[in-house]
Design a protein around this ligand. Sequence first.
Ligand code: PHE
Length: 456
Amino acid sequence: MDNKSSLVQWGSRWAFVLAASGSAIGLGNIWKFPYIMGKNGGAAFVLIYLLCMVIISMPIMMSEIILGRMGKRSPINTMRNIVHAENASGFWKIIGWMGLLTGVLILSYYSVIAGWTIFYSMQTISGGLSGLTPGEVGDNFANFISNPTYTLICHSLFMLATILIIARGVNRGIELAVRILMPILFITLLILMCYSIATADFSSAWRFMFAFDLSKVTGAVIVDAIGHAFFTLSLGMGAILMYGAYLPKHVSVVKTSAMVITADTLIALIAGLTIFPIVFAYGLEPGAGPGLIFVTLPIAFAQMTGGSVFGGIFFVLLLFAAWTSALSLLEPAVAWLTESKNMTRKKAAWITGLFIWLVGLLTVMSFSSWAFEFNFLGVKKTNGLFDMFDILTSNITLPLGGILMALFVGWVVSEASTKDQLALESRVYKLWQFAVRFISPIAIAIVLYFLVFGSL
Ligand code: PHE
């Protein structure tokens, strides 16, 4: 292992918990989880989901953190260091490279979608939605995303905000940002939830989200639960590994992982209890994805008293959630450039950021004149390259990265190293080892199969 160990460390373990939660809590928690939960068995789904979190995702999250802590570098150099120290095959370095490319690609489109929340927060706060009919709200969205001028400005602003934080470094940038943004996100979302519960249709939302129905939990639902439990924790591309590289040795990996998972799940539940009472109160259909956030909810905001304030705050929170996720997508590539190419952090942040911004133009145009259709697993995709990037990363390279990390930590890294990192009681260590050797890679391989081939 090289002896220039990284000098950068989080100010405290809370900084790590906030930063990793910031990475985990993103668009996925707000627009996907509450819906899949309601649609697929409510409380029964939550139980299965939590089980997947604990036996499949948590062991991988722990593995990513200890990899980072062992290599103390960006994912690429961490993997190089560990492969060298453990005398392992050079093949495993692919984990670092694939992670870097995945992060770059995800951020290129994540930034475009996150940029939409900038436009929507301004439009909603300025009263631009008030009084619009449902049809007009739908047209408003279609016109906005197909206008590359607006979406380009928003994408640029979002990338700029991300670059500026990363350029300031780990402590004065990421740590400071998450110490401010995460408490605001948590507390304000709680306030919105209370308002929503008190004024809108809480009982329908509760029934939709929590009614226990085991019969809806089919094989496909379980595959969906595992896939989401993985994506929502930002696993498989090195973001958590990178944050683990800045974690001091004495901090407990189990406890911090458990905290991140708890925060991620809580925010997703709170988001559902904020969104669905409103959706039901206005007689709208629950849904997921951009349709829920940029059409269904704005229809409600347009009619609600105080809708422009409530809606405006909601979009700002969504922006914060996406922003703290974007930091973890940019950091690995920037850290790699500063380590390997002897660049200052500032320069590395700008070069990487500008490159990702450029790639993002492909997504901007995918909603406009470069849109094309294709079929994937029988589902019609209408936004060409954007859909392809999304499929390539969420369906292929993220799960593949997760499987490789689990196998590497479980089978290749020596027991002495992992025992030393985890400092667990031997029975608990054995359980973790069994999970990373067998349960997590097999479960994620099954999910990967379905994500690529659809059905057996
Ligand atoms: N976890 C984020 C979300 O739920 C997405 C993400 C994936 C962020 C991978 C970083 C890395 O939206």
